[in-house]
Design a protein around this ligand. Sequence first.
Ligand code: NDP
Ligand code: GUE
Length: 300
Amino acid sequence: MAAETKAKVIDGKAFAEKVREQVAAHVARLQAENGLTPGLAVVLVGEDPASAVYVKNKGIQTKASGMNSYEHKLAADTSEADLLALIDRLNADPSVHGILVQLPLPDHLNSELVINRIDPAKDVDGFHISNVGLLGTGQKSMVPCTPLGCLMMLRDHHGKLAGLNAVVVGRSNIVGKPMAQLLLGDSCTVTIAHSRTKDLAEVCRGADILVAAVGRPEMITGDMVKPGATVIDVGINRIERDGKAKLVGDVHYESAAAVAGAITPVPGGVGPMTIACLLANTLTAACRANGLAEPEGLTA
Ligand SMILES: NC(=O)C1=CN([C@@H]2O[C@H](COP(=O)(O)OP(=O)(O)OC[C@H]3O[C@@H](n4cnc5c(N)ncnc54)[C@H](OP(=O)(O)O)[C@@H]3O)[C@@H](O)[C@H]2O)C=CC1
Ligand SMILES: Nc1nc(=O)c2c([nH]1)NC[C@@H]1CN(c3ccc(C(=O)N[C@@H](CCC(=O)O)C(=O)O)cc3)C=[N+]21
């Protein structure tokens, strides 16, 4: 028998739609008042099918919000020099305000080198070492889209986050670490757990806010969740169940939802917010590049 769902479901899809509407309204104003159209360049190297789908969705949503989308699809065997040369051109192009290089890159390319070649002001992923440092020291920066989307949903649900115990499971540079920085910035008491953490279940049970960014299908189960806690599931895992392809998170949804106070679903949770925040970051970058007022409520 399925456990009864107790938790409030945080609808990331609906939230993302609202964010995209705010972005579109601000873009329309920029065009009317300043003759400025923000532009986002997305670079995809190779033919990973999942990445191709994301890049296509990003392009569609970028255009739907009134911004320009420039897609650069490069062959899997593109040389590092050629990729760096493209980034240099995009850095110098005033119609491009945001640059995203889809990760992971093929093995022969050094992602750190490539990411750090992007002009930090155009680094809408917030992965450049300058933006990482600015975020870590509490200064204005470009904030990584996935953690920013999680933060927006958490602020919306809780109002103030100060004093809450937050546990982030996962310490990657693109999700876990920046998520922890943002929660710390909002005065949570933050614990970062990872594969070497002792008694992960007990650590997780201490969390008022539990963020799962592990990359392991359904590994966070209901017994690891404190009653009433808010659970944010970042995981995107494609699995096969009963002969069918299925998308599941890093959280075992049914058992966790029976205990949690609020939970994000997969699909329809963090994923859509990630793309909405990418659009928000592109708008923010365009405003900053032109010395214009930034959108309110769309930055950390
Ligand atoms: N919704 C969205 O927009 C996005 C979703 N994702 C998804 O989020 C998930 C995480 O992505 P990402 O951060 O890139 O993944 P990484 O593989 O880079 O990092 C995973 C982290 O989880 C930790 N971990 C792995 N196994 C365990 C375990 N058994 N117990 C505790 N910790 C463990 C690892 O620890 P250690 O460091 O010790 O190895 C590591 O820090 C994936 O499912 C990915 O698909 C990612 C980006 C965006
Ligand atoms: N430079 C870079 N920046 C990224 O932000 C980045 C990246 N590389 N590489 C891959 C990951 C993954 N990622 C997702 C974005 C949207 C959904 C999303 O919209 N998911 C939908 C489901 C989509 C589906 O059905 O596959 C949902 O959860 O509802 C998921 C995952 C961004 N990433």
